[in-house]
Ligand binder design. Structure first.
Ligand code: AMP
Length: 284
């Protein structure tokens, strides 16, 4: 596996690969890699000849008082995981490489960014889309893989690709979960044993919501109540939002339908976690 720290060097290497007729797959991450990230790598490898992954903890998408400084950065482990899974080039830019002094331009996300994660984290999606646009320009992938776990992010990336004429395919990969159903996340490392046990109620809440839907309930308020009832018995877990939304616009939908997505954010002790489920699919 090649490691590259500058956009210039990565572009040069990729130019040579493209000249050989190879298709490029791309997996952007913030590192602290887990099986969720590695499923994105698997998918990129299935769909392209050369796989690039990036690790960049993007300061632009963190709000004041968020976990930018303490975000885990286990680089040596990430290297081993990425190379073991067949990543061809690992892009490891530093902050100065991505945002040289004077960098000021931002991507303005569509209105789907105003709700849920965007409401809880002002500026978050402008930061995400700005870095993703820059990475897309550097890598110029044929296909880029994102996780369903961050549904709103994937929807906004899709919209940016459409609206700003990026020439690539966005693939959304199903959420990879721990045995108790908890969505894998780099932030799960923040959970102590009590909070980790309590966090299992998040997928349980989404399962209860889907069970109610499968039983014929289509009133979003009733579906959300079914999820809340599961979280309410765990004092460590405080729901921030639970909603049944349109998969593209993220607007609440009523009645619920198969392609709608139940999105959820909760604090488990001091840790903020998100998850979602497509009503017609459920959690495996
Ligand atoms: P992050 O490093 O948290 O920015 O995530 C990088 C990419 O991995 C994003 O597209 C996430 O949606 C995706 N991802 C994170 N966790 C999971 C998971 N449990 N299953 C599938 N994809 C994931």
């Amino acid at each position: 596996m090649r490691e590259v720290t500058t956009g210039h060097a990565l572009r040069a290497w990729l130019r040579a690969r493209r000249a050989e007729g190879r298709q490029v797959g791309f997996v952007p991450t913030m590192g602290a890699l887990h099986e969720g990230h590695l499923h994105l790598v698997d998918e990129a490898r299935r769909r392209a000849d050369v796989t690039v992954a990036s690790i960049f903890v993007n300061p632009l998408q963190f709000g004041a008082g968020e976990d930018l400084v303490r975000y885990p950065r286990p680089l040596e482990r990430d290297r081993l995981l990425a190379s073991g899974r067949g990543v061809d080039a690992l892009f490891l830019p530093d902050v100065g490489e991505m945002y040289p002094p004077g960098a000021a331009t931002r991507v303005v996300p569509g209105p789907a960014a105003d709700r849920w994660e965007g409401a809880a984290r002002p500026g978050h999606f402008a930061g995400v889309l700005t870095v993703v646009a820059k990475l897309f320009h550097i890598v110029q992938p044929d296909v880029a893989c994102f996780g369903q776990k961050d549904w709103q992010q994937a929807a906004l990336v899709r919209q940016m690709v459409r609206d700003l004429d990026f020439s690539l395919e966005v693939v959304v990969v199903p959420t990879v979960r721990e045995p108790d159903g908890l969505a894998m996340s780099s932030r799960n490392a923040y959970l102590d044993a009590t909070d980790r046990a309590a966090a299992g109620s998040i997928p349980a809440a989404l399962r209860a919501l889907v069970a109610r839907y499968r039983a014929g309930e289509t009133d979003p308020a009733a579906l959300v109540a079914a999820a809340r009832a599961v979280l309410d018995v765990r004092p460590e877990v405080a729901a921030e939002y639970i909603a049944v939304v349109d998969p593209g616009t993220l607007e609440p939908v009523a009645p619920a339908r198969d392609d709608a997505v139940a999105v959820l954010a909760a604090r488990v002790g001091p840790t903020r976690l998100i998850d979602n489920v497509i009503l017609g699919q459920g959690i495996g």
